[in-house]
Every structure is written in C-alpha cells, then in structure tokens.
Ligand binder design. Sequence first.
Ligand code: ADP
Length: 437
Amino acid sequence: MFWWRSAAVLFGLALFALFWAPLFGTTVALVVFVIELLALLAYHLRNLKRLAAWLTDPQLETIPESLGTWDESYTRLYRLVKVQGKNQRMLTAALERFVSAGEAMPEGVVVLDENDRIEWCNPKSMLHMGLDRKKDVGQHIAYLVRQPAFQGYLTAQDYSQPVVLRNLRGSETTLSVQLVPFDTTRKLLLSRDITQLERVQTVHRDFVANVSHELRTPLTVVGGFIETLLDLPDMDPSTRESQLNLMFEQTRRMQRLVDDLLTLSRLENGVEAREEKVNAAQLAKLLASEAGGLSQGRHEVSVSVESTAGLRGNYDELHSAFGNLVSNAVRYTPEGGELRIKWRVEDGCGVFAVEDTGIGIESQHIPRLTERFYRIDRGRSRATGGTGLGLAIVKHIAQRHQAKLEVKSELGHGSCFSIRFPANRMLEPAELAESTK
Ligand code: ADP
C-alpha cells in the first residue's frame, strides 16, 4: 500500500511536470519536476522533524496530524500509544494493588536486591526492625539488623528455617525472621512478632512443671508410707493409724488440686455457664455460715448486707468464687482475727467483699496474686490446704461475669478482696421473687 501510494504521488508529479513540456519545452518541465521533488523532500523532512520532536515527549494528545503516508503512520502511532497507555494504566493499578497488599500485611516484608540492600519495606517491618523507608532504602540489611544471630543466618545462606531474634534494639519483642529467595537474585525478608506466642508457651511449660511438682510431693509421701506399711506388717496400731491419716491428708490434697485444675480448665475452655437470678444477699449469709464452719470458732465472723439487689449470673460459679475468697480469709487470718462478708451496691454496681484482719500482703505481690500457683508463702499455703489456684479461679469467674477483682491489703493489718459487678448484671429485689437461688 505504502509503495503504491508513493508511486502514485511520483506519477502525479511527473504528469504535472510533463504538462509544461509542450508549452515551455522539456528543460522547463524537468525543472518543474525537480522543484516538485524538492518540495516532496521538504514535506517528508518536516514530518520527520515533527516526529522526532514528538518522540521526546510522546503524549497521545500531541500526536502530529498530516496527509498521505504520514497520516497513515500517525494514525497507527495514535492507536499504538493508546493501547500502550491502557496497558500501562492496568499495570500501574495492579502494581499499586500489590504494594497496598504488602503495606497492609500483618507481617513485616522487606525486598532485598542481589546485594542484600533494601529495595522496599512495609510499615510492619519498619516497626519490627526499626527501618526508615526514606533513609534506609539502598542500605545493606546486615548494617541495620545487627544481631549476631541474623548476621550468621544471612551468611550461612540456609534459609529453609526462620531465625528467632530476641530483644531487638533493646525491646522486649521476639521476632521470627525468614529470608525467602525469589526472582533468582532477590530476597524477601519476612518478620513475624512471636512475643505473645512465646509467652503463652512459657506459661504452659511453667504450668505443667508446677502441676507435676504439686502432685509429686504428696505422691512421694503416700508412696513412702505404703512402702513402710508393706515392709512392716507388724507395725503398732497407733503408728499405723497416724500414717494412714497422713496418707489420707495427702490424697485429699491431691484431690483438691485435681478438682481446682478441672474447674480452671472448664472456665478457661469458655464453656457457657447457665445464667440465673442469684439472690446475692442470701448467698452472702450462706458464705458467712460456711466461714463459721471453716473457722471452727477461731475467728469472729460477721456479715453486712446493705442491699437486697440480686445478680444475674451462674450461682455455682459465684458461690465458688466467693467461697475461695472466704476460705483464703480464714486461712490467712490468725486465730482471734475478724472476718467481714459484705454485699452492697455502689454507683449502680454490686460489690461482694471479704475483709479480714489477717497477715496482709505486701503491695508488690498484689498484681501477681491471680497467677496460677503464685503464693507469697508456699509453706503456709500448703499447710492450710491451699492449691495456689484459688484466686486464678476467682479471676476467671469474675471475667465471665464482666466483673473486676479488686484487692486492698496492708501487711500485718489485713486484706479486703472485692468483686465489683457491672450495673447491667444487677437485678431489682422484685425480679428475684421467682428466683429459686
Ligand atoms: P492458695 O491456695 O495458696 O491460697 P490462692 O490463689 O487462693 O492460693 O492465693 C494466692 C496467694 O495469695 C496465697 O498463697 C496467699 O499468699 C495470698 N492470699 C490470698 N488471700 C489472702 C488473704 N486473705 N490474706 C493474705 N494473703 C492472701
């Protein structure tokens, strides 16, 4: 097409020049033809110049317009640039989507070039490793993450497993970091915050160690006595009886521990408890009489019920939580001390409190009292039949009722343990009418 069109133009020009030959002779016709060719050349050169100028800043809107073969070329160019523009817009949109996905990742992502220099990093990685996107792009990663464990990992070139980095830049965070090679020379550096996971694992390990320890002591005692009984079948009856009593005591201790462990596990498993209308005033009085039973007259027990409002909650759980507080008050109050069990309403919230004039607690222990097996005086706790799980159970039950455990204590003077229930758990006395508990 191009050649046909060019030939047609040349043929037209030659025809026009020939038109002058009969009038002014062949020389004039030749001169006319040369002038025509020069004009054609000038036209092409002008279009070449326009094309060169356009190519320095190729915009769709500024594509030149022309005639003939140039018009056809410009039209093709227009279509090409249009398609390319569309493709580029699609590519940019896809890239932007990938970048925003990378930015939103809950894990840290750093793209490293073939020399382990930072090409790009997402906000999480900046948080994890203290990177600065503006300053650190182009920096070598080993220069910024200076922990020997990471340096060793980077040089060992075995990236099949992640490496754990602790106390990075003096923080308490623990990171699991892994390099993932891609694109033949580049690498992705992925970082994950495993602080919480490690904490849970430590708590779990400590828990198993504590349970084993708590069970081993009574089991050793019972085992020892059984061995003695087997070895000495003619033991005198009074020694035999005292040993059997001690064995019974130790089995009771194991029984209490297993019971508390089962209660705790049931509470932690989050099994929904039945919601009931609980007559808190009546429960407080019942606990006061139970305290009397536990104390066996060694303490002065009183009950103060300032409100007849009830509670929406699980009766057995509440009884168990309040019972633990009462039992602690009895166990940690020396003979002659006083125990007060209180039920009142404060600013719309129900407060169940157990006050004692016992040994009290130093303030630094208070935040840790609800940890499983946390005891201030291990010997005293065991001697009084404690499992070290009572307050952990109380805390769980309080949480299940959206209530808060509050502890006030003074060493040598006594303690006050209260559970504060939110207003939406409170029941008017009239609502308790149909209650059975
Ligand atoms: P334990 O079975 O050892 O009593 P708890 O979880 O019930 O376990 O209590 C944890 C620790 O809190 C106890 O070992 C004790 O040191 C302290 N404690 C709890 N209640 C009182 C209290 N009323 N007075 C003094 N110390 C208490």
